[in-house]
Design a protein around this ligand. Structure first.
Ligand code: ADP
Ligand code: MG
Length: 371
């Protein structure tokens, strides 16, 4: 039996819909797959869990869960999203990576926190110019500018500043947050796009200037060419970063899609905010991904997703779109040989036999949303 678990916090609609959809599909497919809420009790180092796949919706807020998930990954649980990458990634790095792979991003600079981090004093900052080259920063970014945390979410501590004075006033409110200052993109169109398993993309027309409950636009029609154009950018971003579950916000200025916010590994999936049609797509795509990952689970191996950036770095190669996914396809489980631990008393047969397991080929189901 392949077990899929979901780890979640305060959200009320997505987790149960996800569980129900997987169990319904498993019945229809007559597959030995089951989904349930993750149950955690005693967490012992290196001890395998019963879950082959866990979808994580909450460890960004619960460090105990993040450590639990890394432990689970060490025994082969496919954790969605990769807890190691999620721990090290942040918005400013994401922007930097985009400049290397040709995805347009607003001009952005990193700023040190307004208040000293705990257990530091002025001596800890002797490498830092004081004052910073504010004139240089302002002439590079321009005004109005967005001032926001380098690793944030949920619109917390996001400011739009029209003048240096306004920026410095806001800066005084940000305590120990590391911030970034970003060029404003005056956009004609804005889209929030779901990306699941680095293959399924759902483009949602979005108006961030509307009140919260009216941001997802009712008219969700996106022309096929526009849909393809945006989908390609979204895939490129998520393949580079290696997220299985993420949203990307794209702002179009003069037809150029600028990536604004694309580090949302536990994106809002509540039916009450995204609406019925978007919710249905998310539940279906997420359930399909979890089932694929359960069927392709590789016993005794790491089952996390690593993006093109990590893959290229580890292999000493330039970052090439899709290189990580191609490497997984080139080397499915039946081509990977894992040695048995040496020097164990074993029968003759056991000692020479290498382990290999059959795996289902990954099914590509790139959906596109037609007008
Ligand atoms: N550079 C920018 N240009 C134009 N609008 C921006 C820019 N940065 C942020 N915004 C606006 O502010 C909102 C919140 O910023 P965002 O980067 O998405 O932060 P969070 O991750 O907290 O959601 C965005 O949805 C967008 O409407
Ligand atoms: Mg956002």
């Amino acid at each position: 039996m392949k077990r899929i678990g979901i780890l979640f916090g305060q959200e009320n609609t997505f987790p149960q819909a996800f569980i129900d959809r997987i169990n319904q599909k498993a019945r229809e497919m007559n597959a030995e797959i089951t989904a349930e809420p993750v149950k955690i009790d005693k967490v012992v180092q290196g001890e395998p869990l019963k879950y082959h796949v866990i979808i994580d919706r909450i460890s960004q807020d619960v460090p105990f869960y993040r450590a639990f998930l890394k432990n689970a990954a060490s025994s082969g649980t496919a954790v969605i999203n990769n807890p190691f990458w999620w721990s090290s990634d942040e918005k400013f790095f994401n922007n930097a990576l985009m400049t290397k792979i040709g995805v347009p991003v607003p001009k952005t600079v990193l700023l040190p926190s307004n208040q000293l981090p705990a257990d530091t004093n002025q001596n800890s900052f002797r490498n830092l110019a004081f004052p910073l080259d504010w004139e240089g920063i302002f002439s590079y970014i321009g005004f109005p500018a967005y001032f926001k945390p380098h690793a944030g979410g949920g619109w917390k501590s996001v400011y739009k500043c029209s003048t240096p004075e306004e920026l410095f006033n806001n800066y005084n409110e940000t305590n120990q947050l590391v911030m970034m200052l970003q060029e404003e993109i005056k956009f004609e169109e804005y889209y929030r796009c779901y990306c699941i398993d680095r293959q399924d993309v759902w483009v949602m027309p979005y108006e961030p200037r509307n009140p919260f409950h009216l941001r997802y636009l009712r008219d969700t029609t996106v022309a096929p060419e526009k849909n393809k154009f945006l989908t390609d950018v979204v895939l490129k971003i998520n393949r580079a970063l290696g997220y299985d579950f993420n949203t990307v916000e794209l702002a179009l200025r003069d037809g150029v899609p600028y990536a604004i916010d694309f580090c949302n590994p536990a994106p809002d999936a509540d039916v009450n905010s995204v609406g019925e049609a978007n919710f249905e797509w998310i539940v279906e795509a997420a359930a399909n991904m979890a089932i694929r990952r359960a069927l392709n689970h590789r016993e005794g191996l790491n089952n996390l997703t690593w993006g093109d950036f990590i893959y290229a770095s580890a292999n000493n190669e330039p970052v090439t779109e899709g290189a990580y996914d191609a490497s997984v396809k080139k080397k499915p489980i039946n081509k990977i040989r894992t040695k048995k631990p040496a020097k164990k008393a074993a029968t003759k047969n056991e000692s020479v036999k290498n382990q290999s397991v059959e795996v289902m080929p990954e099914k590509k189901s790139k959906k596109s949303k037609a007008a």
